[in-house]
Design a protein around this ligand. Structure first.
Ligand code: SAT
Ligand code: MN
Length: 580
């Protein structure tokens, strides 16, 4: 493989720090993938699953203390603390390197360092970007094969000798005490040590495609977002494209491949986690998925909740931290109504129901997105797809209605900035705690969040027809704790309303928070949701909202004068509309 001298020099530097016994350059070939799998089957890193029902599927069990992203160990390392902003952990670059350097010095002794040139985005796209990561984990190499485009194709897309994000990853000793995930946006650099799991270790994903890409996107005038991309096709065959931001493990993958329950309507999958978006010469927002695979949450994925995902993971899939049946099939909570007998849990122990879940709540499947039955034929279009609507969704038991639409672009940006959500097992820490998560980017925005809001606001005037912005909450419950809306396949009814809003045909009522579906405007045909229950799902209570706005005001305070004026103004207007 021909690489630039800058890449070679950086790889040599990484090797002189970590001291691997050999260095292997990855070419991304099928043979390379198979060789890695065989090696991991031999040393126990992977276990083969039943080859008849799950051909080419494997199970990996991670270290029990390395099962999710660790945000408290994740840092943005800019020269100026203010450039990371109050919502990010910050470390000065020199301090960060000194600290992580201790863990990385000699960390690859006796091991192989794999060099992975990877491309984020489809071949031939001006929006695609290159990364080069090194790692001492074969599991990470195999996962990167699935999640990104590895090999010469990456090098070919470099627009200069130094046009790449450099990523240094080492497992270290996997102890959380010696774990750091460090982003250096000014140096286009990532250092990650001490974790082999997910977004901590597959550096193309959150570290590159969100934290560093969001920094670059701001400088260059585009957006790197924690968003799915879907195309919603109506019965006449017209497709309307949406981007949708939702926090980790809150239904983004399910919505991205949702099987429509409305006759004639269907949803095409283009991406399930990350969208890169830019404004084209005509002022149209366009989006593409920089990834090639899905790293999806297994628990609660079932033929009912996500039939396309179930079909997608029946071959060529790496499962991580799921349980196994006696016949060697993967299993997780929710896959079947009752757990099969004789399960082995995610740590390889015989499972008893009294021990808690058999699969880890953040167990995952890693698989090519093109294996999804609903994959859009144009998902790799180098020009991306035109986006007509943006969706902000979070997980809230109360307060936030099922769906409503922003008055305009700036109001939509305000709604995104106001998002809060109940935490999930995708991050270490307590589950179910409400936390602020603007645009579902709190763990992933690589710079000062106040500047991020300003960047979003500045995109508006550049758009000839700004996408409509919608807020959704599938997770609202009634007084008895029951979900007010059935969700999953029925969410297509909400998407239909959005398409009709974009076309100007769906009716809505003006409320202090935005446009809410008018009675009868949401298609509930054949659905057992009485109008009163729907009204409850759509309700916005002034008392609840004023309290929520107080909490939001507290959150905004930390940004001081850096909070953009239109956000502060829209916040004040919303309070006023509620009589506050
Ligand atoms: O582990 S990841 O960060 O890739 C998954 C997620 O939390 O979205
Ligand atoms: Mn995600």
């Amino acid at each position: 493989m021909s690489v630039t001298s800058v890449v070679e020099k950086w790889v040599e530097e990484a090797a002189s720090l970590t001291r691997p016994s050999r260095t292997v350059w990855c070419d991304g070939s099928k043979t390379e993938y198979e060789t890695l799998i065989e090696a991991m089957l031999r040393d126990g890193t992977l276990l083969a699953l039943d080859s008849r029902s799950y051909p080419n599927c494997y199970l990996h069990r991670s270290h029990p203390q390395d099962v999710a992203r660790t945000e408290q160990l994740t840092f943005i390392c800019t020269r100026e603390r203010d450039d990371a902003g109050p919502t990010n952990n910050w470390m000065a670059p020199a301090d960060a390197k000194a600290k992580a350097g201790q863990y990385l010095r000699g960390s690859m002794r006796g091991r192989t360092m794999h060099v992975i040139p990877y491309l984020m985005g489809p071949a031939g796209s001006a929006a695609s970007r290159v990364g080069v990561m090194v790692t001492d984990s074969e599991y990470v190499v195999a996962s990167m094969h699935i999640m990104t485009r590895v090999g010469q194709v990456a090098i070919q897309h470099m627009r200069g000798d130094a046009d790449f994000i450099a990523g240094l990853h080492s497992l270290g000793d996997l102890s959380p005490d010696r774990r750091l995930i460090l982003q250096f946006p000014e140096e286009k650099l990532v250092w990650s040590v001490g974790s082999g799991y997910g977004g901590n270790a597959l550096l193309g994903k959150k570290c590159h495609a969100l934290r560093l890409a969001s920094w670059q996107a701001r400088q260059e005038g585009w957006l790197a977002e924690h968003m799915l991309i879907i195309g919603v096709e109506d019965p006449e065959g017209r497709v309307t494209y949406f981007g949708g931001a939702m926090p980790s493990a809150s239904g983004k993958t399910n919505l991205s491949m949702v099987e429509s329950r409305l006759p004639g309507w269907r949803v095409w999958t283009l991406g399930d986690d990350i969208a890169w978006m830019w404004v084209d010469a005509r002022g149209q927002l366009r989006a593409m998925n920089p990834e090639r695979g899905v790293f999806g949450v297994a628990p609660n994925t079932s033929p009912k909740t996500n039939p396309n995902a179930i079909a997608m993971v029946r071959s060529n899939t790496i499962f991580t931290n799921v349980a196994v049946t006696p016949s060697g099939e993967p299993w997780w909570e929710g896959l079947t109504p009752e757990p099969p007998t004789g399960l082995t849990d995610w740590q390889g122990r015989p499972w008893q129901p009294s021990q808690g879940p058999a699969a880890h709540p953040n167990s995952r499947f890693t698989v090519l997105v093109c294996q999804c039955p609903s994959i859009a034929p144009n998902w790799e279009d180098p020009e991306g797809v035109p986006i007509s609507g943006l969706i902000f969704g979070s997980r809230r038991t109360g307060v936030i209605p099922l769906v409503f639409e922003a008055f305009d672009w700036a109001h939509g940006v305000f709604l995104g900035s106001a998002m809060s959500t109940e935490t999930t097992a995708a991050i270490t820490g307590k589950v179910g705690v409400v936390r602020r998560d603007p645009m579902a980017m709190i763990p992933f925005c690589g710079y000062n969040m106040a500047d991020y809001f300003a960047h979003w606001l500045a995109m508006g005037p550049r758009l000839s027809k700004p996408p409509r912005i919608f807020r959704v909450n599938w997770f609202r419950r009634d007084g008895d704790g029951k979900f007010l809306w059935p969700g999953y396949g029925e969410n297509v009814r909400i998407l239909k309303w959005m398409v009709e809003r974009i076309r100007g045909t769906a009716r809505a009522e003006e409320r202090p928070i935005g446009w809410v579906p008018a009675p009868g405007a949401l298609d509930t045909s054949g659905l057992d949701v009485p109008p009163s229950r729907l009204a409850e799902a759509l309700r916005s209570d002034a008392g609840e909202w004023l309290k929520a706005l107080d909490e939001l005001g507290e959150f905004y305070k930390q940004f001081g004068p850096r909070l953009p004026e239109p956000i502060a103004r829209t916040f004040a207007e919303t309070r006023r509309r509620f009589g506050g």
